[in-house]
Design a protein around this ligand. Structure first.
Ligand code: OAD
Length: 244
């Protein structure tokens, strides 16, 4: 990545008043969280692909297996820490009149780094909710005392995560889209931008006239659409971008 490109992107970031950041699994890669589509790998656990383990269909049929899979991932995440990209984004939210972090990640690492202005489009692995309800219950401890876990009134909980075959939580996408439609700069960090409707967020920002800056070591389907594409790891580039 050239210094000129970084300087061009940093100028957009310095001059912006309203910033939206859209993140995906790649922002957590340097913390040790595996991406979904990286390196040709698809996660397989107990012989089942992640797409089946994290599906609405399996939850209906076998909630225990879904929870055991989530508990396996929660156990891994508990030993990991935010990286410099998470921390730089948590700092950045203090600088702008309007700032919104829209993440597809469920790992909670943005919040652990201190981000508060955040919409989690796909939920959060550290929460559950009763079936058919949007009232969330924090589940910060791993291992869970029982599987499936229960809420304060003894109600059985499901993960507060959007599973394959499910809609996004009501209102989350709409709120993110409204803010994206009026931002000056949209950073797109560590996402293949393949999963819809989430991937509409940077498209909406760009179509409404925002400068779109992509940060990703690989080219993505979004790279041509971006005003600036910075090729490299988020943990290196995001702190530089806000430090300039
Ligand atoms: P993907 O696994 O599709 O894409 C991860 C992206 O991160 C790729 O473009 C990588 O090149 C990039 N990447 C890898 N290492 C990086 C690094 N150090 N710094 C920056 N970028 C890096 O993950 P997502 O785009 O997040 O949905 O996937 C979107 C959704 O697909 C997920 O939220 C999940 C999945 O189905 C649900 O669970 C509902």
């Amino acid at each position: 990545m050239s210094d000129q490109l970084l300087e061009k992107a940093a100028r957009y970031v310095r001059e912006a008043k309203r910033v939206v950041v859209f993140t995906g699994a790649g922002v957590s890669a340097e913390s040790g969280v595996p991406t979904f589509r990286g390196g040709g790998n698809t996660a397989v656990w107990r012989g089942m692909p992640a797409t089946e383990l994290s599906s609405a269909e399996l939850l209906e049929r076998d909630a225990v297996t879904v929870w055991e899979w989530f508990e396996y991932r929660r156990g891994i995440l508990a030993g990991l820490s935010p990286n410099p990209a998470h921390y730089a984004l948590a700092e950045a939210e203090k600088r702008y009149d309007e700032f919104l972090l829209v993440t597809q990640n469920v790992d909670g690492l943005h919040q652990r780094a201190g981000s508060t202005k955040i919409i989690e489009l796909h939920g959060n692995i550290w929460r559950g909710r009763p079936f058919g309800s949007s009232k969330t219950v924090p589940l910060p401890d791993t291992p869970l005392p029982e599987i499936p876990p229960k809420g304060p009134n003894g109600e059985v909980l499901r993960p507060d995560v959007v599973l394959f075959g499910e809609m996004l939580p009501a209102g989350a996408f709409e709120e993110a889209a409204t803010v994206a439609a009026s931002c000056d700069v949209c950073l797109v960090v560590g996402t293949s931008a393949l999963v819809y409707p989430a991937a509409r967020i940077p498209e909406i920002a760009g179509q409404a006239g925002a400068a779109v800056i992509e940060i990703n070591p690989e080219e993505t389907r979004f790279s041509d659409f971006a005003d600036v594409s910075l090729r490299g790891p988020a943990g290196e580039i995001v702190p530089k971008l806000f430090g300039k």
